[in-house]
Design a protein around this ligand. Structure first.
Ligand code: SAM
Length: 265
């Protein structure tokens, strides 16, 4: 399983850890200028009765609102590599909600749909902040696309440059190439794939600013990222201390890329 994700060892732990994800979501929710889910859901236009596939669902940041929006006549089929995140999602979902959530690698999506998910065709196949972790992205996209209903849509969200915190971290250590590759993933991989395979394609650019009030919060967030480097954390912190003393906060820009493709109706 592990060899099919871009990370292994400690980096994979940071990428799939339920605790790290919860820390990042909590800090973003408190200190980001734009609420990501509000922005995303405005563009996904999910309707009652729809069947939704959610890949890299984590602990349910999108799966839970999907459940609310599709209501009792729709369904949510959710998948994540992290067993504990999937368990948390199931525990948070209302009793009797039309949710099937499984711990699996998205590279195995085809067999999970065939063997586990009761719903086999979707109005919306979605993945936020997750598809780029898979080494089999094109194959995963093919499975998402070929399991859409007529007129169905596929939506993928991925981070994009510039990212102020990554730029700051890069002043202290060399940030792994996977992070920069992830920033190029939207325009360089998703866009050509969507243009070649979907009837209509929309791109939405997400712009956010995060204003952290103190260095402890910054270090809590930074240490929950895949680009954290313990060896240079003291120097990182000392420079952040200077910035917060000077500016009253640590503020940075964060961007993202949402692409939505529709198959013919
Ligand atoms: C940044 S989180 C995003 C979770 C959720 N979509 C959200 O926005 O909060 C990325 C998720 O992708 C999952 N993931 C990483 N590699 C995966 C893989 N190969 N197959 C399935 N899930 C994977 C991780 O476990 C993690 O929960």
């Amino acid at each position: 399983m592990a060899e099919r994700s871009i990370y292994d060892g400690e980096k994979q732990e940071a990428a799939i850890s339920t605790e790290s994800l919860a820390t990042r979501l909590k800090i973003n929710a408190a200190f980001a200028s734009v609420d990501f889910n509000d922005w995303l859901f405005e563009r996904l236009a999910v309707r009652p009765g729809e069947d939704v596939l959610d890949l890299g669902c984590g602990n349910g940041a999108q799966s839970l609102p999907f459940l609310e929006k599709v209501g009792p006549d729709g369904s949510v089929s959710a998948l994540d590599l992290s067993e504990s995140s999937v368990e948390e999602l199931k525990a948070k979902a209302p009793a009797g909600a039309p949710l099937t959530a499984v711990a699996a690698d998205m590279a195995d999506l085809e067999s999970v749909i065939d063997d586990v998910f009761p719903t086999k065709r979707y109005d919306l196949a979605h993945s936020s902040y997750a598809l780029y972790y898979s080494v089999d992205r094109s194959q995963v996209l093919d499975v998402m696309r070929t399991h859409l209903k007529p007129g169905g849509r596929c939506a993928v969200f991925t981070p994009n440059a510039p990212h102020g915190l990554v730029e700051f971290a890069a002043r202290f250590h060399s940030v792994q190439e996977e992070i920069y590759e992830c920033f190029r993933f939207g325009p360089e991989v998703l866009k050509p794939y969507f243009d070649a395979n979907f009837d209509s394609v929309e791109v939405h650019h997400f712009h956010n600013r995060v204003r952290l009030p103190d260095v402890d919060t910054l270090m809590e967030f930074y240490s929950a990222t895949t680009y954290y480097d313990a060896g240079t954390a003291d120097a990182f912190r000392a420079e952040a201390d200077r910035i917060v003393a000077d500016a009253g906060a640590f503020e940075y820009e964060k961007n993202g890329y949402l692409i939505v493709g529709r198959v013919p109706g």
